[in-house]
Design a protein around this ligand. Structure first.
Ligand code: ADE
Ligand code: ZN
Length: 338
């Protein structure tokens, strides 16, 4: 009989909601800042970590964008991505579908090509050397305007084969999905899947808009859907995946305590919920810590944890055959271990 910690560590997992810029650990940030002769407004790793206290999404985003400022070269983007992959490899993550935010870098004069080539070559190495398969999602920053999103889409077109989907992130309240209806329509025309952060801090109405106007195939966060029973019915009918991020919700005060996290109630309602880390360098944990956090707070059984893991494979963009194989592996692990 394994402890819940060991059970979570060993189970093969997939991550579907991860911002690569949110994996920038302070140690690597200082190292890259030094080689690029960039200043960080903190004297030490400890001082920087001490600044990671947030009351809301915006307070986090201000620090997250400032941190990303030291990323300049293709090697920097490679190193950032490789550090994430080696970390999650230790946690038995076998497949990742990750976001990158090109505008965070192109707005500082870093070419789009530099960003995507660095990330992509680390992902390719992750596949060949660590056996981690992947999909890449290009996220538009919703605090910027539609024209900037269109320009970014244009820059991405030569790399269409490398990018599975477009997404929408950054400051939610006041920047509804409707602001990006046309750029998402164009993205779909170009062959991209679509996802969007919705209902993290914003209202249930933004989730309706993301579904109806942006034609999303997955909702990032979606916590606030529980405010609207009709919306819950629709999401259950569609078996629309929700990529929940427990430690992120705790650190950004979306929930005050993990015991209040909506994931258990969502499971009861048959919503297709998944566990993810969002920005692990800033929120105190990668995949295992997120699973363990909710497992302990909500007293989840091993079967419930295995269901969450299988939900993630179901919600991924692996082929049906790959999904079946991964789900069989999870069942075999559950039968062997418990
Ligand atoms: N960008 C990085 N993390 C984010 C989050 N949790 N919500 C919105 N935008 C983000
Ligand atoms: Zn996110």
């Amino acid at each position: 009989m394994k402890s819940i910690e060991k059970f979570i560590e060993g189970i093969p997992k997939t991550e579907l909601h991860l911002h690569i810029e949110g994996t920038f650990e302070p140690e690597l940030m200082f190292e890259i800042a030094k080689r690029n002769q960039k200043k960080i407004p903190y004297n030490s790793v400890a001082e920087l970590k001490n600044a990671y206290k947030f009351n809301n999404l915006q307070e986090f985003l201000d620090i997250y964008y400032a941190g990303a400022n030291v990323l300049i070269t293709e090697q920097d983007f490679y190193d950032l991505t490789w550090a994430y992959l080696t970390k999650v490899h230790e946690q038995n993550v076998v497949h990742v579908e990750i976001f990158f935010d090109p505008q965070t870098h192109t707005d500082r004069g870093i070419p789009f090509d530099t960003v995507i080539k660095g990330i992509r070559s680390a992902l390719e190495d992750g596949k060949s050397k660590l056996g981690i398969t992947y999909k890449l999602i290009m996220s538009f920053l919703r605090h910027l305007d539609e024209a900037s999103a269109f320009k970014t889409l244009e820059q991405a077109l030569p790399y269409k084969d490398w990018i599975s989907a477009v997404g929408l992130d950054s400051s939610e309240v006041g920047n509804p999905p409707s602001k990006f209806e046309r750029v998402f329509a164009k993205s779909i025309e170009e062959g991209f899947l679509t996802v969007a952060h919705a209902g993290e801090e914003g209202p249930a109405e933004y989730i309706w808009e993301a579904l109806d106007l942006l034609k999303i195939v997955r909702i990032d966060h979606g916590n606030r859907c529980l405010d609207d029973a009709k919306l819950v019915d629709r999401l259950v009918d569609l078996q629309m995946p929700l990529t929940l991020c427990p430690l992120s919700n705790l650190e950004l005060k979306v929930v005050q305590d993990l015991k209040e996290h909506p994931i258990a109630e969502m499971m009861k309602k048959n919503l297709l919920v998944t566990v993810n880390s969002d920005d692990p360098a800033y929120f105190g944990g990668y995949m295992n810590e997120n699973y363990l956090g909710i497992a302990k707070a909500l007293d989840l059984s091993k079967e419930q944890i295995a269901t969450l893991v299988k939900n993630s494979f179901t919600a991924s963009w692996l082929t049906d055959q790959e999904k079946e194989m991964r789900i069989r592996e999870v069942d075999a692990y559950l039968n062997r271990i418990s």
